[in-house]
Design a protein around this ligand. Structure first.
Ligand code: ASP
Length: 248
């Protein structure tokens, strides 16, 4: 598991990678930001810091679900790396297999959605933005693989203008520095939040890379974008407004 968190106005961040026992990786990322002299800890060092900080640790079994064991088996058999499988639908392409030979689950093709990653972006009444992202990464990833989620500027970014959290194919998000680019086009091209998100999804995802992101601005705007068929998302405002969505 890996995670990161960033405080926009102060441009502080904390990140962790290579965790196997920490129940809430994003809380450890925050402790790295607030309680360590560093910004990013990984593997055994991150686990040691977790023990020192007294965060909740879990046995391996806690993280292993029958669903995921089944998916891992499928992915291994197909020799595929997956970032998505939660909503099977028919007739849509699969990221991990040839379109005419998609991976199947419960008799349906496995489609393209970010499953295990949780991102959160917030803005307070003073216009202060913050972002966080936490993930188990990709199904059947190589041992030692680090994705975009703990990388500031790629999976997570916050500054005075906005906060952004990404999901999808980490390698593509890293190549496109998606989260930072949303802020950069707002800053350098003067685009509004949703325009910036649209620009980044359209222009910065190359080579068939599939991803999505959520964003807020210091003005309290909310935006999202993705080039997958859907992305689980929700929004809540102080006045009680709430909204959830999956499709466009
Ligand atoms: N972006 C994550 C990764 O590549 C996966 C995901 O969002 O589902 O590790």
């Amino acid at each position: 598991m890996e995670a990161s968190i960033m405080d926009g106005p102060k441009r502080r961040y904390g990140a962790v990678s290579g965790l196997t026992t920490v129940k809430n990786p994003v809380s450890l990322a925050r402790l790295v930001m607030e309680k360590s002299p560093h910004s990013y800890l990984a593997f055994s060092g991150a686990e040691e810091f977790a023990r020192q900080q007294g965060v909740e640790l879990m046995e391996n079994e806690y993280f292993i679900t029958q669903d995921n064991v089944g998916m891992l088996k499928l992915a291994k058999e197909a020799n595929a790396i997956l970032f998505d499988y939660r909503i099977p639908t028919t007739g849509l392409e699969c990221c991990a297999a040839e379109a005419d030979n998609p991976l199947m689950m419960n008799g349906l093709p496995i489609n393209v959605y970010a499953p295990e990653t949780v991102g959160c972006v917030v803005v307070d009444k003073e216009g202060r933005c913050a972002a966080a992202t936490s993930t188990g990464g990709l199904m059947n990833k190589m041992s030692g693989r680090i994705g975009d989620s703990p990388i500031i500027g790629s999976g997570t970014y916050a500054c005075k203008l906005c906060a952004v959290s990404c999901t999808g194919e980490g390698e593509a998000i890293l190549r496109g520095t998606l989260a930072r680019d949303v802020a950069a086009v707002m800053e350098y091209k003067g685009l509004g939040l949703q325009e910036a998100v649209n620009f980044v999804i359209k222009e910065r995802l190359d080579d068939g890379g599939k991803a999505g992101l959520i964003a807020v601005s210091n003005k309290g705007e909310v935006a999202y974008g993705f080039n997958t068929n859907g992305m689980f998302r929700g929004c809540a405002a102080e006045d009680g407004f709430m909204e959830v969505g999956i499709w466009e």
